[in-house]
Design a protein around this ligand. Structure first.
Ligand code: ATP
Ligand code: MG
Length: 587
């Protein structure tokens, strides 16, 4: 008997629910609760019930197989990590409130690991002594904790979740590139085996850091990420990274001098546009953010910082990731508070504008093509109209500040961009020497020099994968698992087994035979109404369902139903085992 054993419902924690739980707003969360996969313990923190755990173990097995194939080696690191390691890397302050901090009884400081770069780098600076041990790729499948600001969608964005995280160490960049490609290929194999429709996209490196990264995005409307892809090339990027090219048009010539127009009570671009009777794309959106500044040290008050004005077309959206990368701007970006804004300009946020603004002004590439536009007057209740760059705003810079939109040209010059929602199930990073240099993880190179090792890191959200798979694979009856993830392969529903010895004996015998063949069977022996037992099988999403009842047996027949196609077949009793084996591709 293997890891995945057969079960009978009378001796199992089925835990299915008849009603839709009110707290679930996405299909996967609703179905995971209803099919008895998970239960919430606290916000973003879940129990995995036996059916859910079976699925999770299948995902983990596939991940292990593909990681091992690429020569990665499994280890296990602690959830509780010393705060001092995070001080060494500089992330104790940088990581912010998502990092859960705690003290032991001796007042030693610890964190709950949201990721493991610090711990692995500390391990490898001691254990890897010679360049001959390189490259080395170590991974674990383990619990992470991130105190997410908005845990939601069940295990899709939890606070405690399981991640497969791998970390590779190299003597040089060429070796890192090789392993990065291996991991990219392993992830492609993993998500293909899991039956997911996904895209690998260029990605930002966020708080992990590094200089080159791809995310693996499962395409689904419930996704929190937006990905942009070209219809004529293989360009695909998270919208956070996608470059918006400068429009090729010329800017129009200035006409009348600018003047002041009343816009009482208008706080948004749309309200101002309505009051001024113009389109919102002719109204400028002006935002104030903090200029780059020193990190606030532990226990210190933040000092006042300079403000930078960002200007976009009124109907376009600021891209915070691209903007944060502009030199001189705080990264991650920090919006000025209402108090800072009024102290600096004398007006409230809805009335900001670049005319007369004494500070750094950055126009988006598209906004730079606007002429005779409206913008806030830096005076509450007023806008300026007929404003023009150069004439009225002599000093400004131009940069790529906005999110790309459906129909924009692809940044590689080939085709047009389209947008889709995605669920990020994995990400691979080239870290370079960020952690090894900060923490002194060095090896001796062939010239006898001590150099920091090049590093890569590679994560898969194991628990999130389960939710993402359900988003892609369900119907109105429940989950329709890809075969590789199904918690059971075969379901047996015995109808009226309390009343009929023949039904009972046939079902017990079949259960035993399939179990002996190593097939993962869920046998419903609860003697419930047929409809109840059958809807549970469909809800859980068991790929092959068998119904044994008096009527069929009288004709020597057992009913088979395929969960995916919903097609039924009548199978002769004596042929049912061979029939199931053929459905499972067993010979
Ligand atoms: P996100 O942008 O969704 O917050 P991330 O980019 O911060 O995720 P990584 O640091 O890249 O996450 O972690 C690796 C993987 O762990 C992610 O690709 C994702 O699948 C998973 N993951 C991250 N945060 C969560 C979470 N709060 N709940 C469940 N899975 C998560
Ligand atoms: Mg990520």
């Amino acid at each position: 008997m293997g890891l995945f054993i057969a079960m009978r419902t009378s001796r199992y924690l089925l835990a299915t629910l008849k009603e839709n739980p009110v707290e679930a707003v996405v299909d996967s969360h609703r179905l995971m609760l209803r099919a008895g996969l998970i239960r919430q313990v606290a916000s973003g923190i879940y129990d995995w019930l036996p059916t859910g755990l079976r699925v999770l173990h299948k995902v983990e097995t596939i991940i292990r197989e593909e990681m091992n194939k690429k020569g990665a080696i499994e280890i296990s690191m602690p959830v509780v990590q010393p705060a001092d390691l995070w001080r060494e890397s500089g992330r104790y302050v940088k990581y912010g409130p998502e990092l859960c901090r705690l003290k032991d009884r001796k007042q030693n400081e610890f964190v709950l690991g949201p990721t493991h770069e610090e711990v692995i780098t500390a391990l490898c600076r001691n254990e890897i002594k010679s360049a001959r041990q390189l490259p080395m790729n170590l991974y674990q499948i383990q619990t992470k904790f991130r105190d997410e600001i908005r845990p939601r969608f069940g295990v899709m964005r939890g606070r405690e979740f399981i991640m497969k995280d791998a970390y590779s160490f190299h003597i040089d960049h060429a070796s890192l590139e090789q392993t990065y490609q291996d991991m990219y290929d392993a992830y492609t194999a993993i998500f293909n085996r899991l039956g997911l429709t996904f895209r690998a996209v260029e990605a930002d490196t966020g708080s992990i850091g590094g200089n080159h990264s791809h995310e693996f995005q499962v395409l689904a409307d419930a996704g929190e990420d937006t990905i942009a892809y070209s219809d004529q090339s293989d360009y695909a990027a998270n919208i956070e990274m996608a470059e918006a090219l400068a429009p090729s048009c010329e800017r129009g010539a200035p006409q009348d001098p600018y003047s002041k127009a009343p816009t009482p009570g208008c706080h948004t671009v749309d309200e101002a546009a309505a009051a001024l009777k113009m389109d919102s794309d002719n109204v400028l959106k002006s935002l104030l953010v903090h200029a780059a500044h020193e990190d606030v040290a532990e226990g210190q008050e933040a000092k006042p910082v300079e403000l930078v004005m960002l200007c976009l077309r009124g109907n376009q959206e600021l891209n915070e990731i691209k903007t944060g990368k502009i030199p001189g701007i705080a990264d991650p970006i920090e919006f000025a508070t209402d108090e800072e804004i009024s102290a600096f300009t004398g007006a409230h946020p809805g009335s900001l504008g670049p005319v007369g603004f004494k500070g750094r002004i950055i126009f988006d590439r598209a906004a730079e093509k606007m002429s005779n536009f409206a913008c806030g007057a830096n005076e509450d209740g007023y806008h300026l109209i007929n404003v023009n760059l150069d004439r009225d705003i002599p000093n400004y810079e131009v940069a790529d500040l906005r999110n790309v939109e459906e129909g924009d040209p692809s940044p590689d010059g080939k085709g047009t961009l389209h947008l889709r929602k995605g669920i990020e199930v994995g990400q691979v990073f080239m870290l370079g020497t960020k952690y090894s240099a900060a923490m002194g993880a060095t090896v001796t190179d062939k010239n006898g020099q001590n150099i920091p090792m090049e590093m890569g890191c590679y994560g898969i959200g194991v628990t999130r994968v389960v939710a993402a798979a359900i988003e892609q694979h369900h119907d109105d009856k429940g989950i329709v698992w890809p075969d590789s993830m199904a918690p059971f392969q075969v379901g047996i529903v015995a109808v009226g087994l309390g009343k009929s010895e023949e039904v009972k004996n046939t079902a017990e015998k079949l259960y035993k035979e399939l179990e002996d063949l190593g097939i993962e069977v869920l046998y419903d022996d609860r003697d419930e109404r047929a409809g109840v037992m059958f809807s549970d099988m469909e809800l859980i999403g068991i790929p092959h369902m068998i119904t044994i009842g008096n009527k069929g047996l009288a004709q020597g027949i057992i009913e088979y139903k395929n969960r995916r196609t919903l097609e039924r077949e009548s199978v002769k009793c004596e042929e049912i085992v061979a029939f199931i084996k053929s459905k499972l591709d067993m010979n």
